[in-house]
Ligand binder design. Structure first.
Ligand code: YXS
Length: 259
């Protein structure tokens, strides 16, 4: 049973996340389908990709599949983690990816939306950065995604509180490009895609890659990277990390002790 639905309209490819039973959690299986769809759109030389949930979705995506996070002792967001692969696929897709958002966007899904090139949201959309809710040590590339999408103060507030930001505030602080009434969301997003598709695809592809390289150009010494990895290991080896994962699975509030 596929976890996504695909559609092509003119030069635009659409991937609809369609696993409501698990609130479109970014499982290995679902992510592999999204990446395969983007590869197919690339082969077909489509000029825009749209990533969306089913119309009227209350949850766009609940983020990383918690059932696939290691209980402890291993980096939960290593290079070959499905979420990391999805982020790279979106960033390296050689045409604009538009996130069309209705409903709640959580954790790794929030990073996925913010890694898209444009975000068009309905008023129902909310955005939550949730590592602190689970005790997860987010990875440094992911933190850069948040930093590039918001200013430092907004990124800190979202990361430290793990509280959802609503669409209106997201637009005010620049997290999303447009907030559009739910019944106009599709038409608006496809019109935006049409505007992009009418322009020169090679020029756009190069500008997207230039901006990806420039946005990622942050100096970090090998010592600095090793320090970050050491700090992250302290977190994913901690009791709090195990407690966060366990509490989620037990459907109860976590009790963090700082150990
Ligand atoms: O009990 P069943 O079997 O029906 O399954 C439930 C949930 O367990 C499941 N589900 C998930 N399974 C794996 N990973 C998830 N992220 C996930 N989220 C949900 O889906 C079934 C329905 O969930 P339920 O009953 O809670 O639905 P709801 O409509 O009442 O509430 C929807 C949400 C999204 C508000 C709620 O499911 C929720 O709070 N989900 C977790 C959101 C979250 O904290 N995501 C962060 C995941 S970890 C992550 O992305 C990164 C590693 S990090 O945290 O570092 O950013």
């Amino acid at each position: 049973m596929p976890l996504t639905r695909l559609d092509v309209r003119d030069a635009t490819g659409v991937v609809t996340l369609d696993h409501p039973a698990k609130r479109n959690a970014l499982s290995r299986a679902l992510v592999d389908e999204v990446i395969a769809a983007l590869d197919d759109f690339h082969r077909r030389r489509l000029r825009v990709a749209i990533l969306r949930a089913a119309p009227g979705a209350k949850v766009w995506s609940a983020g990383h599949d918690v059932d696939e996070l290691p209980e402890s002792g291993r980096d939960p967001l290593g290079w070959d983690d499905p979420l990391r692969e999805l982020i790279r696929a979106v960033e390296q897709f050689p045409a604009p990816v538009i996130a069309m958002v209705e409903g709640g966007v959580w954790g790794g899904a929030c990073e996925t939306v913010l890694a898209c090139d444009l975000v068009v949201a309905a008023p129902s959309a909310t955005f939550a950065i949730t590592p602190a809710r689970l005790g997860v040590p987010y990875n440094i590339g992911g933190m850069l995604t948040f930093l590039n999408a918001a200013n430092l103060r907004i990124a800190k507030e979202m990361a430290f509180t793990a509280r959802p930001v609503d669409a209106a505030r997201a637009e005010r602080v620049g997290l999303v490009n447009h907030v559009v009434a739910a019944d106009e969301l599709e038409a608006f997003t496809f019109a935006l895609a049409g505007d992009i598709a009418a322009n020169a695809p090679l020029s756009i592809a190069v500008m997207k890659e230039q901006l990806r390289i420039l946005a990622g150009a942050h100096p970090m010494s090998p010592q600095g990277f090793e320090r970050v990895q050491g700090l992250r290991r302290l977190v994913y080896d901690s009791r709090d990390y195990r407690e966060g994962i366990r509490a989620f699975k037990d459907k109860r509030a976590p009790r963090f002790t700082g150990e």
